[in-house]
Design a protein around this ligand. Structure first.
Ligand code: DOR
Ligand code: ZN
Length: 467
């Protein structure tokens, strides 16, 4: 072989367990060779990674790219540019679009749009359609990454399932071998609390914290765990904000329930009352950001290996939908795919977390949980050549105006952060170079999980034949 497609030279590679020097060869979108002793042919393209750190491509398992139907907030072009800028090489997109991704036709539509526009690889969650299990089979047949179940109303979701429907949906997913990811907040409790707050004239941002208390989250978590225990389905709980949920999850893990947990940077790094007092509804998000003491306990759970993944919950809205007086009419969520990795690299520099842990939480585990490992989440020979190359010493300010997302609002605006991605490589194609997004890069592709079959035990599913 005379030349291969891409060579990364002088790399310091960090995986979930190791740190080593290597030259990495890429051919036909896959890792061709990796190591110190290997002799690698010259590359058509070469990156000198001297002074930089190469990570397996970061996966954001939780984005809302809004296409189709709400492209004024975001689309796959701008969303994936934000991903590339943030060093994210694969995104898993949520189903609360218009139409919602709940059956074969809506899945095909979103897949087509994303294939035309995305710079990074993408997986698509399916949504739950009440009283309809046939659609689940359509989603399954098309390679949906998993089923997303909302236990309360939120952007684009006004109906949520009755408890019995949750059990039925989980039973069907268990039979199909589809993992269920849950937004766990108790819808009925929230509606009742909101009415009571409205009745006494509350419309200030802090009312949001009272209307979606931690009790609503813990209560919903207890229900979905019980349903998972009864049906044997594998579940993943998104955006956990409180260690009380983690405690509950641990007890169900000891009963054999296979459950994995995600949290997001804002729950680890912000104090809800402080940030909502300062920024108002810019920081409004479901579930809400709790108090500093909660985030410290969340850190303990994360460090103790009880939380499996970090996702951004990238939920873009236009500033005029966020910056309004009345809390009840303000949109929930803010963009995060571009800031997630830098925020966590900053924590590496502060000594809060190691780079190995960052790789485990933001690349390897999301790949394992959603059946993408070892194609994604790994730098083994034969894996997809997805790499995030970071300058751990680079200092820059996060600026809302500078975000690639259409949504120029973030509660991290103005924060100086140390540690930024400078290159991102998707199946051998460079999409971020020297910190600049390469808009003309080849398009991303749908990623499809390896199915695990029904039932199961243990923490995170390992597709058979991959370990
Ligand atoms: O704050 C949120 N925004 N939480 C969600 O669960 C949905 C998201 C959105 O889609 O806007
Ligand atoms: Zn979300």
């Amino acid at each position: 072989m005379s030349r291969i497609d891409l060579v990364i030279k002088n790399a310091t590679v960090v995986t979930s367990t190791e740190v080593f020097r290597a030259t990495i060869g890429v051919e036909s979108g896959r890792i061709f060779s990796i190591g110190t002793e290997v002799t690698v042919p010259r590359g058509e393209r070469e990156i000198n990674a001297s002074g930089l750190i190469v990570l397996p491509g970061i996966i954001d398992e939780h984005v809302h790219f809004r296409e189709p139907g709400m492209e004024y907030k975001e689309d796959f072009r701008t969303g994936s540019m934000a991903a590339a800028a943030g060093g994210v090489t694969t995104v898993l997109d949520m189903p609360n679009t218009l139409p919602p991704t709940v059956d074969g036709a809506s899945f095909d539509l979103k897949r087509q749009r994303a294939s035309e526009k995305s710079l990074v690889d993408f997986g698509l969650y399916g949504g739950y359609k009440r009283k309809d299990t046939k659609s689940l089979e359509e989603l399954m047949a098309r390679g949906s990454i998993g089923l997303k179940l909302y236990m309360s109303e939120t952007t684009g979701i006004s109906e949520f399932p009755e408890d019995w429907e949750v059990i039925e949906a989980m039973r069907r997913c268990s039979q199909l071998g589809l993992r269920v990811g849950v937004h766990a907040e108790d819808g009925k409790m929230i509606l009742a609390l909101r009415e009571a707050l409205k009745a006494v004239g509350r419309r200030d941002p802090l009312a949001h914290l009272e209307c979606r208390p931690v009790e609503a989250e813990v209560f919903a978590v207890s229900k979905v765990l019980t349903a998972a225990w009864l049906t044997g389905v594998r579940i993943h709980i998104f955006h956990v904000t409180s260690d009380r949920c983690v405690e509950l999850v641990e007890s169900f893990r000891s009963l054999g329930v296979e459950v994995s947990l995600e949290t997001c940077p804002h729950y680890l790094l912000q104090d809800g009352e402080e940030i909502m007092t300062k920024l108002g509804n810019v920081a409004k998000v479901n579930p809400p950001i709790r108090r500093r003491a909660d985030s410290e306990r969340l850190w303990d759970a994360l460090k103790g290996g009880k939380i499996d993944a970090i996702g951004s919950d990238h939920a873009p809205h236009l500033p005029e939908e966020k910056i309004v007086e009345d809390v009840w009419s303000a949109a929930s969520g803010f963009p995060g795919v571009e800031t997630m990795l830098p925020l966590m690299l900053d924590q590496v520099n502060k000594g809060k977390i190691s780079l190995n842990e960052v790789v485990r939480l933001m690349s390897e585990n999301p790949a394992r949980i959603w059946g993408l490992y070892p194609r994604k989440g790994s730098l083994n020979i034969g894996s997809d050549a997805d790499m995030t190359i970071v300058d751990i010493r680079l200092v820059r300010r996060i600026s809302a105006d500078g975000l690639h997302s259409k949504s120029k609002v973030t509660p991290f605006d103005g924060l100086t952060v140390k540690g930024w991605p400078v290159y991102a490589v998707v199946r051998g194609e460079i999409v971020l170079e020297g910190g600049e997004v390469l808009e003309g890069a080849r398009r991303g592709e749908l990623v499809v999980p390896m199915r695990l079959g029904g039932g199961g035990s243990g923490r995170i599913g390992y597709p058979s034949g991959t370990e």
